[in-house]
Design a protein around this ligand. Structure first.
Ligand code: RB5
Length: 142
């Protein structure tokens, strides 16, 4: 189950990602926002981050205008490793090395096709499990 969240700056891209997830039969829970009205991104960051940290959702995808605010907010929740990625290499590497559990993107920064390539790479890459990466993740947790 993928938890989704966005503010008004990320709504359009979130809706594109929803279509991609539906087409690929990937289960998701949409935590909002649902309309283009101006809202505060920390609300949606917190909702998705808590759902991922509690295990309700395996992973999350958060989108605001730049992806920056929503990633900063998500990373305040213990157990969350939210990665802001606007390229496929970073999306792959953050799964391999950081075992990131939330992908953040900026709806005003990245185009839809590129965003779907980033999403596909991030969802399709497993954590490497290497001891050195596990050690570093434990250090973050501490
Ligand atoms: C909202 O206008 C905008 O500040 C927000 O979407 C995001 O870019 C913040 O980091």
């Amino acid at each position: 189950m993928i938890g989704l969240g966005c503010d008004h700056g990320g709504l359009e891209l979130k809706n594109i990602i929803i279509k991609y997830l539906e087409k690929n039969n990937i289960e998701f829970k949409d935590f909002g926002t649902y309309t283009p009205d101006s809202v505060d991104y920390p609300v949606y960051a917190k909702a998705v981050a808590k759902a991922v940290a509690s295990g309700e959702c395996e992973k999350g995808i958060l989108i605001c205008g730049t992806g920056i605010g929503i990633s900063i907010a998500a990373n305040k929740v213990k157990g969350i490793r939210a990665a802001l990625c606007h390229d496929v290499a970073s999306a792959r590497l953050t799964r391999l090395h950081n075992d990131s559990n939330i992908l953040c993107m900026g709806g005003r920064i990245i185009g839809p096709e590129h965003a779907l390539a980033v999403t596909e790479a991030w969802l399709g890459t497993e954590f490497s499990g290497d001891e050195r990466h596990k050690r570093r993740i434990s250090m973050i947790e501490e």
